[in-house]
Design a protein around this ligand. Sequence first.
Ligand code: ADP
Length: 323
Amino acid sequence: IKKIGILTSGGDAPGMNAAIAAVVREAKIKGIETYAVYDGYKGLVENNMEKIDPEFAISIMNCGGTAIGSARLPEFKEEKVRQVAVDNLKKEGIEALVVIGGDGSYMGAQRLTEMGINCIGLPGTIDNDIVSSDYTIGFDTALNTVVESIDKIRDTMQSHNRAAVVEIMGNGCGDLPLYAAAATGADIFSIPESKLTKEEILSQVKKLHDEGKRSVIVLVSEKMYDFTSEQLAKDIEAASGYVTRATVLGHVQRGGTPSAMDRVLATACGVFAVEQLVAGKGGLFVGLENGKLVARDIEATLNMPRKDKSQEIKVVRDINEIF
Ligand code: ADP
């Protein structure tokens, strides 16, 4: 194997660049050239690929986002579109690919492997919603951003005797708010794995108000309710007596300098991915299992059940409810 490609697909995440850097350096050690495929699968189809210089790769290690772009290309589900991608790769002499992204991106990687291009998937997403990896590249950075934001919101809520609703991303996974609740002592949280009704939130906030708590923070996962966080804040204000403000953290959670832990995970995953490709393997997903890197069949990975978080949820709920 002489040339491999690398692409980032789906939502971007801090640490993707560190993974790219690791792949480029490990490949160089093994005498392999690495090609950047720009904007995910789109770059394969449009033949937008370019050799990556190792010095450039090192220079992007500490940058947020992805330096080689990401995009979504729904048409990649069609075999004739993927065939164009395979033909372009063959023309360039690129024999294998590293794909950094989420579940959707692995489906594309699996299909390409079936068409003769060995692909290895790496877990790149802030949401930590990939069931076959304890942690994903980007989660630690996003968590730190969320925690820093909640700390700041707490400062002002505490000063003014107020309540706050903070809406957090997660793509159906409650890990960011759950871990953030553990790290900040946020009083109440509602996540897909343990969803509270509006009435439950209102009565819990009112209880804290009646007990004399000076400020209350309510964390909610995005896209869980048919009412907005702004509306929830208004209802909390009416029900509890606290002046209440809503903050939707939004895309601020996706950006920023990758944390050291995300860079370390990205580097380990990148090296491991190149080793798999050199061993002639494909159709695999690299993930952390009990702190150890493993490579699993993509198909098996996509069918794994969600991890049971009920114990962690109970511990954080219990300790944060004490007042
Ligand atoms: P994520 O990787 O973050 O889960 P998406 O679900 O949007 O993001 O998937 C990213 C891209 O992966 C899609 O835009 C598409 O190009 C490709 N993809 C997703 N599902 C498939 C599939 N079944 N077959 C081929 N390609 C797919």
